[in-house]
Structures are given as C-alpha cells and as structure tokens.
Design a protein around this ligand. Structure first.
Ligand SMILES: [Zn+2]
Length: 119
C-alpha cells in the first residue's frame, strides 16, 4: 500500500467507526426512549389502579385498612383544596354558580350564563 492508499483506508476506517458510534448513539436514544415510554405507561397504570381503589373506597365496597386510610387522606385533601379554592375565589371577588358551576362576579345576583338567582 502506498501512502495515498493507506490514507484512504484510514479515513474509511475512521468513517466506519464514526458511523458505528452514530448508530450506537441512535440505538441508545431509541432504547432510552422506549424505557421512558414503558416507565410512563407503568406510572399511568399505577395511577389507574389508584383511581379504581379510590372510587371503590367512595362506593364503600372494598379495600384493605391501609388503602382506606390513604383514600381517607385523599378525601381530606380534596376537601382542603375546596376550602383553599373558595379562599382564592373570595380574594378574586368571584364565586361559582351553584347551578352551572361557572365562575361569576361576587356582586351579581343572577348568573349571566344560566340566569339562575345566585344569592
Ligand atoms: Zn349559572
């Protein structure tokens, strides 16, 4: 092999190595994306199970003592959120129409959306 042939051969090898590295990187990215996707699906499935347990708790049907305790905590947090939302609404000068649940100005006596008396 003369110099030029050696050089071409070296460059070609270098390109192959680089291309292999690029392929590996792409494969890694794809694998990582698939792992992330599966992890997301697992989290979603767990949330789904949690939602089902919570619903059955609300229906007073089933669940272990531990599940019922957790569900009771969730129920209390929902209640707290409701109270805090009410505080936020008071500060913002709005309230919810009890009929259509739309947000209306506190000083209004009738809901502009459904026309119900809201005092
Ligand atoms: Zn309304």
């Amino acid at each position: 092999m003369d110099f030029m042939e050696k050089l071409v051969s070296k460059v070609s090898e270098g390109t192959k190595v680089l291309s292999k590295k690029t392929d590996e990187l792409l494969e890694l990215t794809e694998l990582k994306m698939e792992i992330k996707h599966l992890e997301d699906e697992i989290e979603e499935a767990k949330l789904f199970i949690g939602e089902m347990v919570y619903r059955s708790y609300l229906g007073k049907e089933t669940g272990t003592a531990e599940m019922r305790e957790k569900c009771s905590e969730i129920e209390q947090m929902y209640y707290k959120i409701q109270q805090l939302t009410q505080e936020v609404n008071e500060i913002r000068g709005v309230r919810l129409c009890p009929h259509c649940n739309i947000e209306i100005r506190e000083y209004l006596n009738f809901c502009p959306s459904c026309g119900s008396k809201v005092v």
